[in-house]
Design a protein around this ligand. Structure first.
Ligand code: GTB
Length: 213
């Protein structure tokens, strides 16, 4: 059955892999699944045809036969559950990998997104200089905790899993801020994710749309 995802016709980052279709492409590449991409403009995302598949008018979406999904957590989980390569077979190890997916999305991503807003959308506000260090410290705190847990192992819980895929995807958003460099073990962790052939294929595919050949 053909899998179709949606992505930005023109990503605001110019193809640096920061838009959320990259994590879905990565999961599909890890699972060895071919997929098609339907590109949407910012205008088209708010039109009824797209709102019918994504109630919040965003990308990415995932379509497979009758199944229509939105939210990258749900999409990556769906791929990981049904196709080999992203979740361990052992039930407890599987539950722990899923826990890391939730931790990436619910504990790590919110302060990281907040930092993006503080650095870009709020930079012209009179209070920005006072607020930014507070937001940075909230991210640092989470990075410190995550770094402690990771220690000197390669992946969060045994072999690479959908938990690592999601965690690395979320941490990648920190690159422009430079904060990740304060945590060498996390920088290496992210680099290990980026070095995976499946990640490279996903990155190149989204970059090709935004940068061109
Ligand atoms: N919780 C949802 C999920 O995980 O699927 C969030 C989806 C989401 O935020 N989608 C964004 C979107 O469609 C694109 S990824 N935005 C358009 C809108 O809301 O109108 C966010 C994003 C966009 C651009 C960059 N960038 O250029 O650096 C990074 C991340």
């Amino acid at each position: 059955m053909t899998i179709t995802i949606t992505a930005f016709e023109r990503s605001p980052d110019g193809g640096k892999g920061l838009a959320r279709d990259t994590r879905v492409r990565w999961a599909l590449e890890e699972a060895g699944l071919p997929y098609e991409v339907h590109l949407v403009s910012f205008g088209a995302m708010k039109e009824p045809a797209h709102l019918a598949i994504h109630p919040f008018g965003q990308i990415p979406t995932y379509e497979e036969g009758d199944l229509v999904l939105f939210e990258t957590g749900a999409i990556v989980f769906h791929i990981a559950e049904r196709y080999a390569g992203l979740l361990p077979k052992d039930a407890n190890a599987r539950a722990r990998a899923i826990t890391w997916m939730f931790a990436a999305l619910n504990t790590m991503e919110p302060p990281i997104l907040d930092l993006g807003i503080a650095r870009i959308q709020e930079s012209d506000k009179s209070w920005s200089k006072e607020r930014l260090p507070l937001v940075e410290d909230r991210v640092r705190n989470r990075l410190h905790q995550l770094s402690n847990r990771l220690g000197d192992v390669d992946w969060l819980d045994g072999g690479f899993s959908a938990g690592d895929l999601m965690m690395v995807s979320v941490l990648l958003r920190l690159k422009p801020s430079g904060l990740l460099n304060e945590f060498p073990s996390l920088s290496s962790y992210v680099a290990r994710g980026e070095a995976r052939p499946a990640y490279k294929r996903a990155f190149d595919a989204q970059a090709a749309i935004n940068i061109g050949p």
